[in-house]
Design a protein around this ligand. Structure first.
Ligand SMILES: NC(=O)c1ccc[n+]([C@@H]2O[C@H](COP(=O)([O-])OP(=O)(O)OC[C@H]3O[C@@H](n4cnc5c(N)ncnc54)[C@H](OP(=O)(O)O)[C@@H]3O)[C@@H](O)[C@H]2O)c1
Length: 329
């Protein structure tokens, strides 16, 4: 729990409050009696938390958001989407990099005590390897990863004796309302066209929305000299077991397996289709991702006294009912 010191009347400003993580974080802050002031877009979903209406690219709105705030939790960003053109990449950059720059500048000017920024495990080179610590090589080998890295650098440069900075690097996060890769995986398992790659034991860190939300809550007031934290569930998963478990929860059969060589042939066709603009569910790149292990070391987070919520199973069930309804298959 936040200490009395942080429980003042000064609000906690939150961006991205309507997103996957924000929807979990905001109620937990409010339930702890904290005053949340959210940045919400005029076009945002109904039921958005109250706060300042505006966009991350609107400096005036950012000034209003952070005025008098004790801390800022910056979650807003363009994620979960493939950036298919230079124009799309520029739009994402205006939000993920320039928006972050405007927000940290506004926070500095307003005398905010603590700025928490949701970066991503995508900053690690190749997103491969087991037990990566926060000092593992960073590269940003995707447009999204590069933007997160640049934003991290901008935020870290604003660290001062007056303003603490926490950079969080969550891995792939699951919870109700997932989109993009995880949503596609859920649908594929449900409809029976997800295929395991046989004889490859892929290990991956995942984070439940409860883990990410609880980590932010905890770090807002934790005593630590560190600024950068990996965020993941306490232990990584064996992907095949995890997917089989999802199938059990959905009451559908476990996916079949195909050998790696058969998958490579299919991936070769998929890549050829994609090169001529045709859709294909599998490509060489996606097969490489499917067969690569990637896990984060979370000892640094543990060293701050963080206790992981015991709600992985509940969150998985919530995710499935949000996607398919709570009835049977
Ligand atoms: N989910 C993951 O697996 C994961 C993993 C690592 C890091 N992260 C990072 O964690 C953060 C939160 O992720 P998430 O999964 O909760 O994201 P999300 O579900 O995609 O939500 C994005 C949030 O950002 C807001 N937003 C987008 N563009 C905006 C703009 N121009 N101005 C103001 N608000 C804007 C959205 O508002 P609207 O509702 O109005 O669209 C929404 O509240 C992101 O920065 C993401 O990069 C996520």
């Amino acid at each position: 729990m936040l200490s009395k010191k942080a429980e003042g009347t000064r609000p906690i400003a939150v961006t991205g409050a309507t997103g996957l993580i924000g929807r979990r974080l905001v109620p937990s802050l409010q339930n702890a009696g904290l005053h949340v002031r959210a940045l919400v877009r005029a076009t945002g979903a109904s039921g958005s938390p109250s706060g300042v209406v505006g966009d991350l690219r609107d400096k005036y709105a950012l000034g209003q958001l952070v005025e008098g705030a004790d801390a800022v939790v910056h979650l807003a960003g363009i994620a979960h989407t493939r950036l298919r053109s230079v124009a799309e990449e520029e739009q994402a950059r205006a939000v993920n990099v320039e928006g972050t720059r405007s927000l940290i500048n506004a926070a500095t000017e307003a005398g905010v005590r603590h700025f928490v920024f949701a970066s991503s495990a995508h900053v690690y080179r190749g997103q491969e390897g087991l037990g990566l610590r926060e000092d593992a090589p960073i590269e940003g080998d995707t447009a999204y990863g590069r933007m997160k890295l640049e934003a991290e650098e901008t935020v870290l440069a604003a660290r001062s004796s007056n303003m603490r900075i926490s950079i969080l690097r969550p891995c792939l996060t699951y919870g109700p309302g997932v989109r993009f890769n995880l949503q596609s995986l859920l649908r594929a398992v449900r409809r029976g066209y997800y295929v395991h790659v046989r004889d490859v034991d892929v290990i991956r860190s995942l984070a439940s929305v409860d883990t990410v939300s609880a980590a932010i809550f905890h770090l807002l007031d934790a005593r630590t000299t560190h600024s950068v934290f990996n965020i993941a569930d306490r232990s990584p998963v064996h992907v095949d077991d995890w997917v089989n478990h999802l199938a059990d929860l959905m009451q559908v059969r476990h996916p079949y397996g195909l050998s790696r060589s058969a998958m490579s042939i299919l991936a070769g066709f998929g890549s050829a289709f994609q090169r001529v603009g045709l859709p294909a569910p599998l490509s060489r790149d996606s097969l490489h991702k499917l067969t690569s292990s990637f896990s984060l070391n979370t000892d640094r987070l543990a060293s701050t006294g963080f206790s992981w919520p015991e709600t992985r199973e509940t969150v998985l069930r919530e995710m499935i009912s949000a996607e398919f309804g709570s009835g049977s298959r």
